[in-house]
Design a protein around this ligand. Structure first.
Ligand code: SF4
Length: 423
């Protein structure tokens, strides 16, 4: 069977698509299957998921098209209308090979409970140089704008032991960096009998030699003193945190249901930046949430200005059916949402350029991800995009001296090359 997995959305989705592609590679039989790993975080994500399904049905008329993941749970009707032959929600995603087998044999497709995350693992080498490793799923925070906590089922964490086994395989396969992903990493371990915290997981993972680790995104309440101390003392933990802010205004944060205040966010972010050498920050911001006025938006910009983030992901609020926020008064007109989003994105480019300039003259360790135009391109510990002049194959780590910067990234020259194991 020829199986192609298409994916949209977040890094948890990307990881799951990689696991699925590995598991479906050996699906027996003749024919063609396309699996679309959908996303429903915004109205735009819903549309892209539907369009991908419809295009595949049009262009590959004989193929079976399966829509899986958040869209299959939260926006099923549109995907069905787009022509999906089978909808498989998050609960059954990891059982897709078995479910597809039933469909392809013309048998009824059975469904039952949520599987343990320990059963979901990459078999060996991951498709990307900086391999993703999913350690957590589900969320019980219940933010007013979000559907992930409604669609992703109960809290589930991969045990430190199972995560370590997977990390050992990835390190043996030659991955120099592993990115830990989860729906809400701040809730890691809450569902496990021994209630390990994120620091315990990292402690276990650091037992695996020859690989560095990065956290994909962490809510500010997850930035504990213990975590900061661990990052401060361990060079193999990449000194970059992506901390979703969403808004820098306490009133908006309250209406969003976010479990922190502006002051708490700033305090956690500053603690990390001040204690962890060479560290940088990223943030998500949701612009135009109901009731966000010009003052509230200004406070968001000010909060970020005080921290000088390397990355800001700007999302425009759009009401999602089934969320509490969809019924809130004080809708911001779409053209005003667009104006604020563009203004913040322009500021973010300026902050990014300033962070890049701070790295001029420093030496960074770059994981090389691709080679193009006579240069190697990759990512530094602090998450800077680095163009390294001179040849270095993907999968290697090079020490680069930063000689130039722009808003897109920095340019470095090689000081020393360290071959990653397995390459
Ligand atoms: S913390 Fe909030 S935004 Fe994040 S997954 Fe949970 S409910 Fe959604």
């Amino acid at each position: 069977m020829r199986v192609t997995v298409h994916t949209l959305g977040c890094r948890v989705n990307q990881y799951e698509a990689e696991v699925l592609a590995g598991r479906l590679a050996a699906l027996p039989g003749e024919g063609e299957v396309h699996v679309v790993n959908t996303c429903t975080v915004t109205a735009l994500a819903d549309r892209k998921s539907r369009q991908r399904v419809a295009r595949l049905k049009r262009e590959r008329p004989g193929a079976v098209v399966v829509a899986v993941g958040c869209g299959a749970d939260g926006a099923a009707e549109g995907l069905r209308r787009a022509g999906a032959d089978l909808l498989v929600g998050n609960r059954d995603k990891s059982r897709l090979p078995e479910l597809l087998g039933h469909l392809l044999r013309g048998e009824p497709v059975p469904r039952d409970g949520w599987p343990s995350l320990d059963e979901e693992a990459l078999p060996g080498r991951a498709p990307r140089v900086r391999a993703l490793l999913k350690v957590q799923d589900g969320c019980t925070v219940g933010c007013a704008f979000c559907r992930a906590w409604l669609l992703r089922g109960p809290l589930r964490s991969k045990t430190p032991r199972a995560a370590r086994t997977e990390a050992e395989r990835l390190a043996r396969a030659g991955h120099p960096e592993i990115v830990l992903v989860g729906v809400n990493l701040a809730q890691y371990g809450e569902d496990l009998p021994e209630r390990p915290r994120l620091v315990d997981l990292l402690g276990e993972l650091l037992e695996v030699p020859g690989v560095r680790y990065r956290l994909s995104s962490l809510n500010p309440e997850g930035v504990t003193d213990g975590l900061v101390a661990l990052f401060a003392g361990e060079r193999r933990l990449c000194p970059y945190l992506h901390l979703p802010l969403q808004s820098g205004d306490d009133g908006v944060l309250r209406r969003m249901g976010r479990p922190y205040t502006r002051a708490e966010y700033l305090e956690r972010a500053r603690l990390f930046l001040s204690r962890v050498p060479g560290s940088t920050l990223g943030a998500d911001v949701l612009v135009g949430f109901p009731g966000e006025d010009e003052g509230a938006f200004g406070r968001t910009v000010e909060a970020l200005e005080a921290l000088l983030p390397l990355n800001v992901h700007v999302f425009r609020y759009s009401p999602r059916p089934g969320t509490r926020a969809a019924g809130l008064p004080g809708r911001v007109p779409p053209e005003e949402v667009a104006r604020r989003a563009a203004a913040l994105a322009a500021q973010a480019r300026r902050w990014r350029g300033e962070v890049h300039r701070r790295f001029l003259g420093r030496t960074v360790e770059v994981v090389v991800e691709e080679v193009r135009g006579g240069s190697a391109w990759g990512t530094s510990e602090a998450y800077l995009a680095v163009e390294v002049r001179g040849a270095a194959p993907p999968g290697t780590i090079v020490r680069a001296h930063i000689v130039a910067s722009n808003t897109g990234g920095v340019v470095g020259v090689i000081e020393h090359r360290k071959e990653s194991r397995g390459d």
